[in-house]
Structures are given as C-alpha cells and as structure tokens.
Design a protein around this ligand. Structure first.
Ligand code: SF4
Length: 511
C-alpha cells in the first residue's frame, strides 16, 4: 500500500471564539477517537498530522499543505465547518472522511460532502478505508462496524497526540479516558440508549492510570463514559490498585441512581472532584435519578437532598436538565428547577433543550412522523437550540420561560452563592467563569434575540411555525460570519438538510 499523508482534524469548536470558558477549557473537550484513528493509521506506516481545533487556531496553517486523506471528527454543530473543509481539501485532490456524532446522526446528508462517512468505527474498518482511499462522489460510502471497538489503544500509545493537546490548555489540563462504552439505561432521547453497555479491559485502565502518573505531576482525568460507574466496584478496584490516594483528580458523568453515599465517599477517597449526574426532568425518568414515581416538588426535594449529600464530599457537581420534553407543560418545569437551585445552591445547572439529532435515537422517528422537526441549519444544532416544535408551548412562551430560568440560574446572586458553596478553588472559579462567560452572557443574549425576532420578524416566525423552510437571514448571516474565510468553501445548499432523512431512509429500506 502507498504511504499516505493523512490529516486528522478534531473539531471541538465550530468557529473562532474568544470566550474565557473556551480559552480555559476548550482543549479539554477533545475526543478520544481521532487519537485512536491517528494511531491505527500510523500502525499502517502512514504519516499522520492531528490537529485539534478549539476556535483559536489557524486550521489551514496547522495542517500539512498536501494530504492524501483528511479525516474530520465533528459534532453536528460543527458540521458546516467540516463540510467546507472537506470541499476545500477535495479541491486540492484529497479524499475525505467524516467520523464522530454528526456522521452517526446524519449520514445521508454528510455522504453528499464526504467520500466516507463512518458509523461505528473499529480498526478493521479504518484499515479497509486506507486500502481503498479513493474518491466516492457524488455520494460517499457509509461503512460501519457492527458495534464500538472492543478494545482501544491505551494512553501510552496515544501519548504524543494527547501531549500536543495538553500543551494548548493554559491552566487546567485534563486527559480523557474510557472505562466503558454504551449505557444500560434506555432514555429514549439519548444517542447512547441504543448502544449496548460494554466495559473495557480494566488492565488497560490500570496501565493508563500508571502511565499518566509517570508523565504528569498531578494528572486530571475525565472519564468519557456515557455513564461512569455502572460496574462501580470493578472501576474503583482498578483505580485503587493503580493510583495512590489523592494522586489523580477525576471527573465523571454518572446517574444519581449509582451514587449512594457510601459510593460517593469511596469516589472522594479516590480523588473524584467533579460529578455530572443527569436529572433531565421533574416529571419523568425517575429510575435513573432514583426517585421512582415521585414527581414535581417531591422529586425536587429528594434530588436536592441527594445532590447536597454529593456536594458534601465532591466539590463540583453539574446537574443536567432538559427542557421542552413532551411531558412538560406550563411554568412548572422551569419553576421547579429554580426551587431546586434554591435548595442546592452549590450545583451548577447545565440546560439542554429537547432536540432530534437525525438518527441519534429511535424516538426521533416519532418526531419526524409527526412532522415536528424543523430544518435548523446544523450550525445551530447544539443543546441550546430546540429543533422540535414543542408539544405544549408556543415558541414565545417557551423562550419566555427559558430566558427567565437562565437569568435566574446564572444571576450574580446565585453565582456568588455557588462560589461560597463550592469547597475548592478550581471548581469555584470554573463555576464563575462558566456562569458569566458562557451561560449568562452567551445564552441569555441568544435566547432574547430569538424571542425578539419571533415577535417582530414574520419570516423568522414563519420558519419556527413551519410555514416556510426558507432559512431566516439571521441564521444565514451568523453562519457566514462564523465560517469567515471558510464560507466560500461551503458547498451549495449545505445549510439546508432534510429533517426527516431518518424516517425517509427507513421507508426506502422497507420498500
Ligand atoms: S443514563 Fe445517560 S447515557 Fe444512559 S441512556 Fe440515559 S441519558 Fe444516555
């Protein structure tokens, strides 16, 4: 096989950014798979350049000018940047491949702009792609392994790629690790709900932790498992065997139902500094928050009690909430969230809106069948843009509630209360930076602008009300500004997509 020059781009950001939050934390949001793919490519003797884009680099300058193959890993929010990059690199003769969440959520759309759009990706699939490495146009191939890889190369093997990213982080340097893939829970909106839970080899886990201790004075590790600690004792035993107490700080996302006090104490002993439990709703999903059939204020009190217990042991707790669920109605979901913050001022709330990301979750078929999914340009499809018409709210009502709860949650008063409630220096300041720079100013400004236009701009409102599919000029202008010198490379028509592509692909498969 010819030796290839391969560029791998991990898109952490969708556009240039100067926010303090991204400056401090951006390089810590890298994905593991681009590093793994880089290693698999090197194993075959190819030259690899890995570039992480956090919104502060010059992407084109960082990549070698002549590459045979460019592999881009992208969330949906950065999809338009990835499409423009693919177009540019194809014009220079490169073959292009897309991986990451966007490739799994919107393969039909991405195939128009990439030669390969990768589903589940394992070593054999990458090696087949490298052997083929040919243009597939106008519609790219969509290969997929049966499931996630059963093993991943350890940190030692990926170290040179990890190290180059850590160098970008000015203050807080975090290494991403995995102890499992998939999740045994079945929250119907979640991309991991249909991925079978699969623990990874704990010997590799121990080796990784020992390796980090040999390289860094005080490592910080973020477990990228969708739900850390499903096999709690197994994970804790591995950590206790490999890491002397207090030598590594850990961050993990875990459901409340896994976090009993005895477990939280053990997590504390083992250096866990931040936990991110999902609460999602005050009216649903009682199983994962360990609240059974409780709803409303009763659930708020129970969850708050649980979160405050965790905060007595763990200095940073981020609680995840979803707004706009079909079961939500009136002001109650928002008002109850405010009450929760009053009862648990130390928790940092992270809000998402219900969104249907292509074929991420089977529930999206329902929304598409009901014709409730709006063709929002991918550039805005993050957790702050709901692309499903709410069942029980008008858009203006929904944004009124959203602005109110966001202002309340990141008000100077609550930021100060949170600061006082958090026990350690780094979590305290992270809460302040995030509260002011990303949440309060970023989100409230965006939501207020959307609300203003819903009232005063007929075309804008018409798009939200599904009277037209014409993308509002407001969004087109923002994309043009964000993409900057990549805008001319955005392929014709790429800002539009079929919001029902998943449903239509199922219909075709059955025909
Ligand atoms: S518990 Fe979390 S990771 Fe698991 S399916 Fe539910 S939302 Fe997804």
């Amino acid at each position: 096989m010819k030796k290839l020059s391969i560029g791998i781009i991990d898109l952490v950001a969708k556009a240039p950014t100067q926010t303090m939050w991204m400056r401090v934390m951006g390089p810590n949001f890298v994905s593991i798979m681009p590093q793994v793919v880089a290693m698999w490519c090197e194993e075959h003797g190819h030259d690899v350049t890995l570039v992480t884009y956090t919104g502060r680099e010059n992407l084109l300058k960082d990549l070698p000018p002549e590459v045979d193959l460019v592999f881009i890993s992208s969330f949906t929010e950065a999809a338009l940047l990835s499409y423009a990059l693919s177009n540019l690199f194809r014009s220079r003769g490169a073959v292009t491949a897309l991986g990451g969440p966007h490739a799994r959520c919107y393969p039909q759309d991405a195939q128009k702009y990439f030669d390969y759009v990768l589903g589940f990706t394992d070593k054999a699939l990458i090696h087949d792609m490298l052997r083929d490495c040919a243009p597939h146009r106008p519609i790219g191939l969509n290969p997929s392994a049966k499931h996630h890889p059963v093993e991943l190369p350890g940190v030692g093997k990926r170290w040179k790629f990890i190290e180059q990213t850590l160098r970008k982080a000015p203050l807080i340097k975090i290494v991403p690790l995995l102890s499992s893939l998939g999740c045994p829970y079945t929250c119907d909106f979640c991309i991991d709900s249909s991925v079978p839970f699969q623990p990874l080899d704990e010997e590799v886990m121990k080796e990784d932790l020992r390796f980090l201790l040999s390289k860094l004075k005080r490592p910080r590790v973020a477990w990228h498992d969708p739900n850390f600690g499903v096999r709690f004792d197994r994970c804790m035993n591995a950590i206790e065997e490999a890491v002397p107490p207090g030598r590594i700080d850990f961050i993990a996302e875990s459901t409340l139902s896994l976090l009993s006090e005895s477990r939280v104490k053990r997590l504390k002993r083992n250096g866990f500094k931040a936990l991110l439990p999902g609460i999602e709703s005050w009216f649903e999903m009682g199983k994962k928050s360990n609240t059974g059939t409780m709803t409303g204020m009763e659930k708020v009190r129970r969850v708050s009690h649980h979160v405050n217990m965790i905060l007595r042991h763990i200095p940073y707790v981020q609680t995840n909430h979803i707004f706009g669920l079909d079961g939500d109605e009136g002001s109650a979901p928002f008002g109850l969230t405010k009450r929760f913050l009053d009862l648990s001022p130390g928790a940092f709330p992270a809000y998402s809106m219900l969104s249907a990301f292509g074929q991420a979750a089977p529930l999206n078929l329902e929304f598409q069948r009901e014709n409730r999914v709006l063709p929002f340009p991918f550039h805005f499809l993050s957790n702050i843009q709901m692309n499903i018409k709410p069942r029980n709210y008008t858009w203006v009502e929904f944004y009124d509630h959203l602005i109110d709860v966001t202002k309340y949650s990141y008000s100077p008063r609550l930021i100060v209360k949170r600061f006082r409630a958090n026990g350690e220096t780094i979590p305290r300041w992270l809460n302040v930076i995030r509260g002011f720079s990303s949440e309060r100013f970023g989100r409230v400004k965006y939501f207020s602008e959307v609300r203003r236009r819903l009232i005063g701009d007929r075309q804008f409102r018409g798009f939200f009300e599904q009277e037209t599919t014409e993308i509002p000029q407001f969004y087109v202008d923002r994309i043009r500004t964000d993409l900057g010198h990549f805008w001319p490379w955005l392929p014709e028509g790429a800002i539009r997509h079929d919001p029902n592509a998943y449903l239509n692909s199922q219909a075709k498969a059955c025909a």
